[in-house]
Design a protein around this ligand. Structure first.
Ligand code: DON
Length: 301
């Protein structure tokens, strides 16, 4: 298996390196606009402990919304099912940063992965602590999951988003007005922007996803199942149906161009290519996962 898998990864990386249509790098966070789009990395952790990688697998990138998965694990650990009184579990069918549904739906975001839902989830994970304490717990969780100490928050990226994140400020203030934030909006967003600015390599990210594949035990299996269900239905926003159709695995994307995909019981897979499709998900990352799922038969369907 590992011999063939290594070959698949090498072939996928070679194919992706040759692609001229690579999507558009996110530019609404100025610091991300400067990332070279000609990069691609993939890494796979198998249930037997093997890890195989190809391409730019040791280059750190901004995990952005993939961090919402780790934030959700922490919020569920603190609040348990009470979290679901403040955020729902339905796909939104809208862009990750859409404000449209919030007013119509009483300030209860559709799911923990759209920005509004992640802001509420971050508020829940914060509790009454200063943002610094939450971020230390989050970073500790990610480092433990990845088995790596050299994972950091890129403060330049966090600052860049703080200066330009007006939509998120609008949403946080609206959530506060609706009584769905316990902390001041700037504290919650301070935590949220820094969490999104965690920088990791695909090698580290694939290892950090093992607990979601059930091949490392960090949180209760029942929570793992639920996080995977949300990743499948909501992890790619208005591209979630298309991702499930093409790849058939729970996945979480970020505008830095990373995707964490989970083959339950089998593997944790991380891919990265900075160019995005129209839904803000990695264009080549999605294509690579589609190829990998087809070749390995890992689709859950
Ligand atoms: O809040 C934002 O806009 C970013 N920090 C994260 C968005 C993101 O990664 C959406 N995913 N594709």
């Amino acid at each position: 298996m590992t011999g063939t898998l290594a070959q698949h990864l090498a072939e996928i990386a070679a194919e992706m390196a040759a692609r001229s249509e690579r999507g558009r790098v996110a530019d609404y966070i100025p610091e991300l606009a400067a990332v070279d789009p000609d990069q691609f990395g993939i890494s796979v952790c198998l249930a037997d402990g093997t890890q195989l990688s190809a391409g730019d697998s040791a280059t750190a990138f901004s995990i952005q919304s993939i961090s919402k998965v780790f934030g959700l694990a922490i919020a569920l650990g603190r609040l348990g099912d009470q979290l679901w009184t403040r955020v729902r579990r339905e796909p939104s069918g809208l862009a990750f940063n859409s404000i449209l549904q919030l007013e119509n739906e009483g300030g209860i975001p559709r799911n923990p992965f759209v920005n509004a839902g992640a802001i509420v989830t971050t508020d829940a994970a914060l509790g009454k602590r200063p943002p610094r304490e939450y971020l230390a717990e989050l970073l500790g969780f990610v480092r433990a999951a990845a088995g790596a100490d050299d994972i950091h928050i890129d403060r330049k990226v966090a600052r860049s988003e703080t200066e330009t994140g007006h939509r998120n400020f609008a949403m946080a203030h609206f959530l506060k007005a609706q009584g769905n934030l316990t902390n001041p909006p700037d504290h919650v967003l301070g935590a949220y922007f820094h969490q999104c600015a965690i920088a990791m390599t695909v090698e580290q990210l694939a290892r950090a996803g093992r607990f979601l594949a059930g091949i490392q035990h960090l949180i209760a299996p029942e929570r793992v199942r639920r996080i995977n269900a949300l990743m499948l239905t909501c992890g790619h926003y208005d591209g979630s149906g298309e991702f499930a159709f093409r790849v058939g695995l729970p996945g979480k994307s970020g505008v830095g161009g990373g995707i964490l995909a989970i083959a339950p019981g089998r593997a944790s897979v991380a891919v990265w290519s900075p160019g995005l499709n129209a839904q803000g998900n990695s264009r080549l990352g999605t294509e690579a996962l589609e190829m990998l799922a087809r070749r390995t038969g890992w689709s859950i369907f």
